[in-house]
Design a protein around this ligand. Structure first.
Ligand code: PLP
Length: 363
């Protein structure tokens, strides 16, 4: 009997992919994944657990998650005339948008470096991907190149992370407007870091028929829940809704997110601390010899280490018990770059001490 091998059946673009790598962080100060470092006070946890006791685990979840959606609309001031669809993390929503548009010869466009899932999902959905390099001095959009690529490739969808990951900057809103106006297809403005940024496109959704704004509760302090949302015109979202698996938001997530969003003051206070500590961390990084930290409107900072040292410094930090992200081989514009998530003040100090020590060591 002939053996059936994966190579005979699995599509070549999938065999060429690497699964999204998640390093083991056990025992380390975890500053690699843009998580919020703060936990809830005990009294609030007890209240949350009391709510979870009533969770009907034997039943399928509410397929529309209506109470949670109402709570999100209120907490995020989502425009009344915009529709809303929920995803198991915003990753799932990126997949949903791409699956709805995927056809041979169609293109997904995004600036690069940016969030890797845009390219990865385009690849496995069988779409082409056009990456337009950001400017090499400040990671701003190269608007001329981007508009030329729009014209040339006619992408079905453009993804703009606003602020951008992994660079931390927020693109100029006038330039984003230009892209929305010029795009022949959808534009998804991915606001994963809205809690830490000075501006949002949420209020602009009703002004455009091709603009979708995506958010997530992950970076707000609820990464474990897996909940993302997409806001846009009702006729677009009605089509996407057909692809959403009916029970994608589980009952524990629905109850927990609803509960958390009743306590937006606490989440806002945590975000305020993170923004304050981001400024302190940026200054401290720039004071280290040979280090350049880039301005950030997110809860992380991208910084450049002395030429050729990123891998060694990243390893030395890990040896010292601090896990951050090595991006030095992720894109040509990120040579020598590492990315650190803003943690608690104590975690940030431990990171800075370990980094200063690593920079003093000779390779
Ligand atoms: C973290 C991140 C996401 C993924 O969010 P999830 O809701 O956790 O899936 C999406 N976009 C950007 C730009 C991110 O940095």
């Amino acid at each position: 009997m002939a053996t059936i091998r994966p190579a005979d059946l699995i599509r070549p673009e999938i065999r060429a992919l690497q699964a999204y790598p998640v390093p083991d962080a056990r025992g380390l100060i975890k500053l690699d994944a843009m998580e919020n470092p703060y936990v809830w006070p005990d009294a609030l946890r007890d209240e949350w657990l009391a709510r979870l006791r009533e969770a009907p685990l034997n039943r399928y979840p509410d397929p529309q998650a209506s109470p949670l959606k109402a709570r999100l609309r209120q907490a995020m001031a989502i425009p009344n005339d915009a529709a809303l669809i929920l995803g198991n993390g915003s990753d799932e929503l990126i997949q949903l948008v791409i699956l709805a548009l995927a056809a041979p010869g169609r293109t997904v466009l995004a600036p690069e470096p940016s969030f890797v899932m845009y390219r990865m999902i385009a690849d496995f959905a069988g779409m082409s991907f056009a990456g337009v390099p950001l400017r090499d001095d400040d990671f701003s959009l190269d608007l001329t190149a981007l508009l030329a690529t729009l014209e040339d490739r006619q992408p079905a969808v453009v993804f703009l992370a606003y602020p951008n990951n992994p660079t931390g900057n927020r693109f100029a809103p006038e330039e984003v407007e230009r892209i929305i106006a010029a795009a022949p297809g959808l534009v998804v403005v991915d606001e994963a870091y809205f809690s830490f940024a000075e501006h949002s496109f949420l209020d602009s959704v009703p002004n455009h028929d091709n603009l979708l704004v995506m958010r997530t509760v992950s970076k707000m302090g609820l990464a474990g829940l897996r909940l993302g949302l997409l806001v846009g015109a009702p006729d677009w979202l009605a089509e996407l809704e057909k692809l959403r698996l009916p029970y994608n938001i589980n009952v524990l997530t629905q109850i927990s997110a609803e509960f958390a969003l009743e306590h937006t003051a606490l989440l806002a206070e945590q975000a305020r601390c993170i923004r304050r500590d981001r400024e302190l961390l940026g200054k401290a990084l720039n004071a280290l010899p040979g280090v350049t930290a880039y301005p950030s409107e997110a809860n992380f900072i991208l910084f450049r280490t002395p030429p050729g040292s990123a891998k060694r410094v990243h390893g030395a930090l890990r040896e010292a018990g601090v896990l951050i992200k090595d991006l030095s081989r992720a894109h040509a514009l990120l040579n020598d770059c590492l990315r650190v998530t803003v943690g608690t003040p104590e975690e940030n100090q431990a990171f800075l001490n370990a980094l200063a020590q690593a920079l003093r060591e000779r390779p």
